[in-house]
Write a protein that binds this ligand. Structure first.
Ligand SMILES: [Zn+2]
Length: 167
């Protein structure tokens, strides 16, 4: 056997692929692989609620359909608030285009939160987890939240999946 034949049998492991899930920014419905082959630009509006836009995010970031979701642009502006997130942070209509700090605040520091959001929106592959509180002017400011922060898109943005922290 020649050296070339030997090396030809060696198959380098493919780079680990992050499984992605598509989700609706409004009703939070998720869809799996079946829809992931839809050409870019098609089927961007959610077929279930007809209002949200379908984006994709790492599968590990989303617990399932109907999650409380916020989408935040790289420069920290809110671009979507799902129905399930509205009772936690306020109505989407009043938050679109607003700085993320107008909806949520981090007990660990808003600068750190801004960096986590910028990193995720820049395409970072890890899913960060952080504690949050709704901003003071929103209802229920005693609520404590846990957020998973991951990248989503297109276009690239940060996905925040909010959950009430168990008391
Ligand atoms: Zn929808």
């Amino acid at each position: 056997m020649t050296a070339i034949a030997q090396t030809a049998t060696v198959h380098p492991a493919p780079p680990p692929r992050v499984e992605r899930t598509r989700f609706c920014t409004r009703c939070g419905t998720t869809s799996g692989e079946a829809d992931s082959n839809v050409p870019f630009g098609f089927d961007r509006v959610c077929g279930r609620c007809g209002m949200g836009v379908m984006l994709s995010a790492p599968r590990g970031a989303l617990p399932g359909s109907g999650a409380a979701i916020m989408v935040v642009t790289r420069n920290g502006r809110i671009s979507a608030v799902s129905e399930a997130a509205e009772p936690l942070v306020g109505e989407e209509a009043g938050l679109l285009g607003m700085p993320v700090g107008s909806a949520i605040s981090s007990p660990d520091g808003d600068d750190r939160l801004a960096r986590q959001i910028a990193r995720a929106a820049g395409g970072g592959r890890e899913v960060a987890e952080t504690a949050l509180t709704p901003a003071p002017q929103t209802v229920g400011s005693l609520t404590r939240l846990t957020a998973r922060i991951a990248n989503c898109g297109p276009p690239r943005a940060a996905l925040l999946v909010l959950e009430r922290t168990a008391a």
